[in-house]
Design a protein around this ligand. Structure first.
Ligand code: MN
Length: 139
């Protein structure tokens, strides 16, 4: 089962996302705070991180950069920015700060779930490749 960490300070928005993700059989851990999210990400190594860009305790872009650095850039799970902001320039900026994708609220359920599934399957493929590299006689 894939494991997603959700960092979102609005409880209602978070609940919607949690309910949606459960429909695709994803385990979700939710926190309301950015710094708590960073700690959980280091401890629990989620397969994907979904984060609101407007958090009370840390700026979303700073948090995205911090997460990538702390989780080791290449091995870091995909980070998806979830935000009320819209527009191409916001999206480009999010990507510049290390996000794999950018989702504007309100979420369009089907598109959102398709994106998450695509990113999760890319993550699990990458993890399988890494595992097979660790096995002797299989380089
Ligand atoms: Mn927020």
């Amino acid at each position: 089962m894939s494991y997603v960490l959700l960092i979102e300070d609005n409880p209602l928005n978070a609940e919607i996302v949690v309910i949606l993700l459960r429909t695709i059989n994803v385990e979700v851990r939710h926190t309301l705070r950015g710094l708590e999210g960073a700690k959980l990400a280091r401890q629990e190594r989620p397969d994907l991180i979904l984060m609101d860009f407007d958090l009370p305790d840390i700026d979303g872009r700073t948090l995205a950069l911090t997460l990538r650095k702390q989780l080791g850039d290449a091995e870091a799970p995909p980070i998806v920015a979830l935000t009320a902001r819209i527009g191409k320039s916001e999206e480009q900026l999010a990507k510049k700060f290390g996000c794999a994708a950018f989702v504007s609220k309100p979420i369009v359920d089907d598109e959102f779930l398709a994106l998450i599934q695509k990113l999760l399957s890319a993550t699990s493929q990458r993890q399988n490749v890494e595992k097979s590299k660790d096995q002797p006689g299989n380089n």
